[in-house]
Design a binder for this molecule. Structure first.
Ligand code: FRU
Length: 499
């Protein structure tokens, strides 16, 4: 197998060549979803950061575009966001063209090497050609460094409730809140994070947005905060907070705070797998669509620079919707793959009421390409069941995942999934998470590509995303259970014809 054949994902975004990390500056405009990303085009490990660019009409197939923002004498171009300035509040419009405003962090390498601590500042740039190229603002930086070493990753959002632009910024192990009328002059309003949430590492790549609670008219504000290290199963991960915002200050909801206090690491995570980091949401999604749309970087700083691909490094997750639900009097985010994926369905395989008392059942062998598939399954009465799904290939590589009733954990085990030795951190433990749903039945969705699995349990209440590098494609899916009475209620496997 060539590296392309074996490891280039069928439908997860990767750059053609070079290094990639965080998704940046995502916005929607006139039929196109834009994705920018932390990119080093001249090497396959992290280096001088550019903003790479890709566009899509459905968030499933992507077209890579020329690099949108290059580093310059002020520094590398670190993570940030972009907004569509419909009313020209910035004044950057020309000839009636709607400007797109990007805000990013300048990382001044020379200042860092010289031992200074004030080397990160915030800058803006605008595009008058649909996000293809950006003109850097002459008065940059728009927010100077106040003497904080980690001071980065501005995420802007239009606050239609308080009618102003907001921006959240990671500063050490806190989030700073800013507001603006013109996207150039920013006022610090407040900060959040002291004594609350996970503090196992530096806070990075925040996102902040209002979201309607499903089935009600109640609106809550959601704060996403990526942290590295300190994740639930090691390394980088993204935690979230639910609360209220008065235009100046974010206040965590008491019931959510109560939930946080019950967790051993004081965090609630958007994903309990090891490979969903620095994810943020799209700006400017039309009201008629109404969805909150998210994408994350499908890797982990513990081994991202060492994964066994040479031409490119890293992929993004599939685009996901973010929903807010009231569960047991508190709030919970649900993440689900976007419905656009189903437009690519090909061959389908279905099975119902598969009983496998204490043994193994092969679900599929070869008839569906398991390197490009979407799987739905249902297990009735989970409280009495343990089960393990296994993906295997002729080399004997195995990726295992399932539910263990003895400790009520979902688990994902890539320790025998193929190439793992490139980093001692990659497969040193199983990823596990306690089930939170009280539903007697379990519904699950599995998204499979050549080198990734995305597990959405309980309608997206618990998510696990991980990457793997088998020695040949996985071609067999089986399920096993040691229980005396185990029934897989149903399973539906769709081949996805994308690439
Ligand atoms: C997160 C991060 C950001 C930073 C970027 C640099 O993965 O560390 O905080 O802006 O990567 O590439």
């Amino acid at each position: 197998y060539s590296e392309e054949d074996l490891y280039r994902p069928n439908f997860h975004f990767t750059p053609k060549k070079g290094w990639m990390n965080d998704p940046n500056g995502m916005f929607y405009k006139d039929g196109f979803y834009h994705l920018y990303f932390q990119h080093y085009p001249n090497g396959n490990t992290w280096g001088p950061m550019h903003w790479g660019h890709a566009i899509s009409t459905d968030m499933v197939t992507w077209k890579e575009m020329p690099i949108a923002i290059y580093p310059d004498e002020k520094g590398y171009i670190f993570s940030g966001s972009a907004v569509v300035d419909i009313n020209n509040s910035s004044g950057f419009s020309k000839d009636g063209i709607v400007p797109i405003i990007a805000m990013f962090t300048y990382h001044d390498m020379d200042a860092e090497k010289a031992g200074k601590t004030n080397y990160q500042s915030q800058a803006i740039a605008y595009s008058l050609d649909e996000g293809q190229t950006f003109i850097k603002y002459s008065e940059n930086p728009v927010i100077k460094n106040p003497g904080i070493r980690d001071f980065r990753d501005p995420k802007m959002v239009w606050d239609s409730i308080h009618e102003k632009w907001l921006m959240v910024l990671a500063a050490g192990q806190k989030i700073m809140f800013y507001s603006s009328q013109n996207l150039k002059d920013w006022k610090q309003e407040s900060d959040f994070g002291t004594g609350i949430g996970g503090h196992g590492g530096v806070w990075e790549c925040p996102d902040f947005f209002p979201l309607k609670v499903q089935g009600t008219n109640e609106v809550k504000w959601v704060l996403l905060v990526s942290i590295n290290p300190g994740g639930p199963n090691g390394g980088s991960a993204t935690q979230y907070f639910v609360g209220d915002f008065d235009g100046k200050q974010f206040k965590i909801d008491p019931s959510f705070k109560n939930d946080l206090n019950k967790k051993e690491n004081k965090s609630i995570w958007i994903d309990y797998g090891r490979d969903n980091y620095a994810g943020v949401t799209w700006a400017n999604i039309p009201d008629a669509d109404g969805r909150k749309l998210f994408m994350g970087w499908m890797s982990n700083w513990e081994y991202a620079n060492a994964v066994p691909t040479e031409t490119w490094r890293s992929a993004m997750t599939v685009a996901r919707t973010v929903e807010l639900q009231k569960v047991n009097s508190s709030y919970k985010l649900l993440f689900k793959p976007v419905k656009e994926l189903t437009n690519y369905r090909g061959t389908k395989l279905e099975m119902e009421s598969v009983t496998i008392n204490g043994s193994t059942k092969i679900i599929d062998s070869k008839s569906i390409n398991l390197s490009s598939a979407e799987i739905y399954f249902q297990i009735p009465d989970l409280k009495n069941s343990s089960f393990t799904f296994k993906l295997t290939n002729i080399q004997g590589d195995t990726l295992a995942f399932g539910y263990d009733n003895s400790n009520k954990n979902f688990f994902l085990d890539r320790s025998k999934s193929g190439k793992t030795e490139f980093s001692e951190k990659f497969a040193n433990r199983l990823s596990m998470v306690k089930r939170t749903s009280l539903n007697p039945d379990l519904f699950g969705t599995i998204i499979l590509d050549k080198t990734s699995i995305e597990l959405f349990f309980d309608n997206g209440e618990t998510v696990m995303t991980e990457i793997f590098f088998p020695n040949s494609p996985f071609e067999k899916l089986s399920i096993e259970s040691k229980d005396q009475e185990f029934t897989l209620g149903s399973i539906e496997i769709h081949k996805l014809n994308i690439n």
